[in-house]
Design a protein around this ligand. Structure first.
Ligand code: ZN
Length: 293
């Protein structure tokens, strides 16, 4: 069956560098950065996706280290009532997603699915490697073996993809990512990451093309309005959404992609700047940052 891939989906994007952090004591660098770049509300995030014609959007947690769990999806879910006047809300929070149906049916796309995602920093051959875990209840711990982490997530019915498999840091690296995919250890692979360099994305695209593998396209941005790259699915997935349906599409490479980059200025303002703030205020971290480059 040939499908029409009309539904735009963002599967890996961070609405802000930090999570809302309700009740959490914030370090000085975070407080400073949050003045420069205010934290968006759930309503702003959902409206951005809907106004721009997305059928699936995501709130991706990061900063997962052994000592810190990022609960941003759960925190944002406390704001759901603010959307009740605009949408009929169908929550599946035990599976990590929420369906919104527009009450005022203007526009062609009545449904919008918001997914929970967690970018987990795992360990592969003594190095860090990020995977993106979509859906599910609660958060999985970081800094454990990539295989064990991916296994656990898949057993819990979550969808697992390797992040930026051709990046210099926090990556399993291309050949190992492809092996994980071939061996069924992940459901999919990122084939385009809008924050990655053109050279590395092209190298990745060629390697996947040679093996006839399709990779999803993701923005991996750190601000909610930056969604220049996306994956396209068929309409049936959205209308009868389930995590298994999403897993089937990704595993079956039943999608298309749209690739465009985040500008380096956008990347610096939303990602490099908060890292620079924390480094400047913490010399030990600065040394660590340069050691890893
Ligand atoms: Zn990310």
């Amino acid at each position: 069956m040939t499908r029409e891939y009309t539904e735009k989906a963002v599967l890996h994007a961070h609405p802000h560098f930090y999570e809302p952090g309700i009740g959490r004591r914030k370090k000085i660098e975070e407080r400073v950065f949050r003045v420069v770049q205010p934290m968006p509300s759930l309503k702003a995030i959902v409206n951005h996706y809907v106004v721009n014609g997305f059928s699936i959007g995501v709130i991706s947690a990061c900063h997962t280290s052994k000592g810190h769990v990022d609960n941003r999806f759960e925190e944002y879910m406390q704001e759901l009532t603010a959307l009740e006047s605009t949408y009929e809300i169908d929550s599946h929070l035990n599976r990590g997603w929420v369906a919104f149906k527009k009450k005022n049916m203007t526009g062609s796309k009545p449904y919008f699915i918001l997914l929970k995602s967690q970018e987990i920093r795992t360990i592969y051959k003594n190095k860090t490697a990020d995977i993106n875990v979509l859906g599910g209840l609660g958060n999985i711990g970081a800094e454990e073996s990539i295989i064990d982490t991916a296994n656990m997530a898949m057993e819990q019915g979550r969808c697992v993809t390797t992040c930026h498999p051709n990046s210099i840091i926090h990556s399993i690296e291309l050949e190992s990512a492809i092996n994980m995919l071939y061996n069924g250890k992940v459901h999919g692979i990122e084939g385009f990451n809008a924050t990655e360099s053109v050279e590395r994305n092209e190298e990745l695209a060629n390697a996947l093309l040679e093996r006839k593998i399709k990779g999803i396209a993701v923005p991996d941005s750190h601000f909610y309005i930056q969604t220049p790259a996306w994956t396209l699915f068929d309409g049936e997935l959205i209308e009868k959404f389930s995590m298994q349906g999403l897993i089937n599409r990704i595993q079956g490479q039943d999608f298309d992609i749209h690739t465009r980059y985040i500008t380096s200025m956008q990347k610096h303002l939303t990602h490099t700047l908060p890292i620079a703030f924390s480094c400047l205020l913490r010399p030990k971290q600065l040394a660590e940052f340069f050691r890893k480059q």
